[in-house]
Design a protein around this ligand. Structure first.
Ligand code: COS
Length: 383
């Protein structure tokens, strides 16, 4: 157990009740149906979970980052799909506007996102710019009072043609300037020339939408530029620093979910005349899982607390995401092992957890990228 202020444990208890009542009963079906869980997301919106860290005067819940982290953790403990929908909406779709937007942009775009009337998404990754985010090829050319956007984005969480969606996307405004020639823009779904071109069929997190975006001569008013021209790369690096806390929280929640089931199974499954939890082989697995889950929780919460304290947290968020995602993979693997053949069956949620958590080692920077970020932060750029 990690010692945090009692107010956070009370907050967690409220989230847990909501998850047990609303999210958990739907989790298996969300995975089986493979469709965006409108009902669950609407209920989350009513709880304020689509406006976490957004001030109340802008329609948000006004939580701090640790409370936000606890929401993503507890929701993911039951349903990874809902966990990533909330994480992408809050950290990637809303936060950059809240943080980098001009006052008019914040006033116009943040409240509908915070109230959950509009979903938020983040368009950074491209077919040729994944780990190498500086390789962005989508272009934005200024033409009088508007930019003309051309290009495509891929693996975009929460992208949809069917519901009101707002995106923060990146595009090259000055090719000669390298990373300093990348800018960010706010664009709403339904803008002429902008379309969701393909919905991906994924291994896990099947209730979360992941799509390809296409921009063909999209005219975007100059006012939709986020911050200044050339700020885009640094904006999304900072955004990802924060986003990695929520992917760490998601991984942590899935790991805890796997541990919950493993504990229950160890106590109730009888083999050789006794519960399997009497065997050291099972006890050691449980002990390793619990130890690593606690360590991951300490790292994820620490990154959140650093962010709230206004201290540097890039290294800690990358390390928390790296560690929690690898712990989550270990825990879901071991939980299936404890369940044996039953763990491999779709009658139990373990195989879903195992598929769902795989993304946490890939999305918002692979584990390899996290190691690069950590090492560079510690060593500086060596040539
Ligand atoms: N915060 C603020 N500024 C940052 C930053 C951060 N976390 N990380 C980098 N920068 C700045 C650098 O300081 C540098 O600025 P100056 O030119 O003024 O010195 C600039 O951004 C370029 O940084 P760098 O030279 O490190 O860029 P690289 O192209 O080498 O970037 C990595 C390397 C791997 C760190 C980057 O491409 C990355 O994070 N890739 C992963 C992307 C990712 O996670 N994709 C998944 C998206 S899912 S939504």
């Amino acid at each position: 157990m990690i010692l945090i202020d009692e107010k956070y444990e009370r907050f967690r208890a409220g989230v847990r009740d909501f998850v047990k009542e609303v999210v958990e009963p739907r989790a298996d079906d969300i995975d089986k149906e493979g469709t965006f869980p409108e009902d669950v997301v609407k209920a989350c919106a009513e709880q304020g979970y689509l406006g976490l860290v957004v001030p109340e005067e802008l329609g948000g819940a006004g939580t701090d980052t640790l409370e936000y982290t606890i929401v993503v953790e507890e929701v993911s403990r039951a349903c990874g799909s809902t966990g990533i929908i909330l994480a992408a909406h809050n950290s990637l779709g809303t936060w950059p506007i809240l943080n980098f937007g001009a006052e008019e942009q914040v006033d116009e775009y943040v409240p509908p996102l915070a109230r959950g009337e509009r979903m938020g998404a983040f368009g950074l990754t491209e077919p040729n710019a994944g780990s190498d985010a500086a390789g962005t090829q989508t272009t934005a050319v200024l033409d009088g009072d508007h930019y003309v956007i051309n290009g495509s984005k891929c693996f975009i969480t929460n992208a949809s043609d069917d519901r009101d969606t707002g995106y923060v996307i990146t595009a090259v405004t000055d090719k000669e300037q390298g990373v300093r020639g990348i800018s960010s823009f706010i664009i709403l779904g339904g803008t002429s020339g902008f379309r969701v071109a393909k919905h991906e069929n994924k291994m896990g997190l099947r209730g979360s939408e992941t799509a390809v975006l296409e921009f063909a001569d999209v005219k975007l008013p100059k006012e939709n530029l986020l911050g200044k021209e050339g700020d885009g790369f640094k904006q999304f690096m900072v955004t990802l620093d924060g986003g990695r806390i929520s992917i760490g929280a998601m991984a942590l929640g899935i790991a805890q979910g796997a541990l919950d089931h493993a504990l229950e199974r160890a106590k109730t499954r009888v083999q050789f005349g006794k519960p399997i939890g009497t065997k050291q082989a099972i006890q050691f697995k449980i002990a390793d899982m619990a130890t690593q889950v606690d360590a991951a929780r300490a790292m994820v919460y620490n990154a959140a607390l650093l962010k709230d304290a206004g201290k540097p947290f890039s290294t800690e968020s990358a390390a928390a995401k790296l560690y929690a995602s690898e712990v989550s993979y270990f825990c879901t693997y071991e939980a299936i092992q404890i369940f044996g053949g039953y763990g491999y069956m779709k009658d139990y949620p373990l195989e879903r957890f195992y598929r769902d958590t795989r993304l946490t080692e890939i999305g918002e920077g692979t584990s390899e990228i996290q190691r690069i970020v950590i090492a560079r932060n510690l060593l500086g750029k060596l040539s």
